[in-house]
Design a protein around this ligand. Structure first.
Ligand SMILES: C[S@@+](CC[C@H](N)C(=O)[O-])C[C@H]1O[C@@H](n2cnc3c(N)ncnc32)[C@H](O)[C@@H]1O
Length: 241
């Protein structure tokens, strides 16, 4: 068996447990935005690029979409197939989608662009398979903080002072490791992503930097830092008609 250099195959059991436990980035920050953009899909064709263990694909199916997930990591794909509908998942990568052009009403990239080595090819492919007027909903780690991995500068008591930005414009791979998960992620500046979307002919319809509501912060005071430095962002693009 050849080793998977992205770390995803070895990290799959830990990733499935991580998703089953639930996490703030998805449930508190991104799901409200991505659901609002993606839930009106009754009877429509939707593609989830890098569908992982199938979480968002199952949500799309629950909203009535004819959803397909494309995913390169065999144990994640197998888990998604076990929990999902027959024929709803295909093995493949975002850089080379095994579909003819202009056949999806919605393409989703949910926390996956940071994992895709050739993000320019993946964005171009997403635009290619969209029907004219179709939408591309993207959730990603915020490039001005999360993928820089510099971490907070703290005072002697451990209080967070500020989040430093350095080497921001340099595109690079880095290792993200927590619990039993160790994967390769990529940092790219926002301008690199925007140039790829605009260069694929897409039109920006909405941009969000979601943060917890005051009520959520009252329940979990530790989430206050999310209002200081957003961890994630989300964009809705459309292919011109
Ligand atoms: C952070 S997970 C997100 C999974 C899912 N979208 C979710 O939100 O739960 C990133 C996923 O991207 C997949 N991936 C890695 N390289 C990829 C590529 N070149 N094309 C598509 N997906 C890729 C990984 O296998 C993993 O399932």
């Amino acid at each position: 068996m050849t080793e998977d250099p992205s770390g995803w195959t070895a990290s799959a059991p830990g990733w499935i447990a991580h998703i089953e436990e639930g996490n703030m980035a998805r449930e508190v920050l991104l799901d409200p935005v991505m659901s609002a953009w993606c839930k009106d899909v009754e009877g429509l064709r939707a593609l989830d690029v890098g569908s992982g263990e199938g979480r968002f694909c199952r949500m799309l199916t629950g909203w009535g979409a004819k959803a397909i997930g494309i995913e390169p990591t065999p144990p994640l794909l197998a888990h998604a197939v076990r929990l999902g509908k027959a024929g709803a998942y295909v093995r493949g990568v975002g850089e080379k989608l095994p579909f003819t052009s202009a056949q999806f009403d919605l393409v989703v990239m949910y926390l996956v662009l940071i994992d895709i080595p050739d993000f320019r090819a993946a964005i171009s492919e997403a635009a290619r398979v969209l029907k004219p007027g179709g939408k591309l909903a993207v959730a990603n780690l915020a490039p001005h903080a999360s993928t820089l991995t510099t971490g907070w500068v703290r005072d002697e008591a451990g209080q967070k002072l500020y989040y430093p930005i350095d080497n921001y414009l340099e595109e690079r791979a880095m290792i993200a490791a927590w619990k039993t998960i160790e994967i390769v992620n990529f940092h790219r500046p926002l301008s690199a992503y925007m140039a790829a979307f605009l260069g694929s002919g897409l039109i920006l319809k909405a941009y969000e930097e979601p943060s917890p509501t005051p009520e959520e912060i009252e329940r979990n005071p530790d989430w206050q830092h999310e209002r200081r430095v957003p961890y994630v962002h989300a964009m809705l693009w459309q292919k011109p008609t």
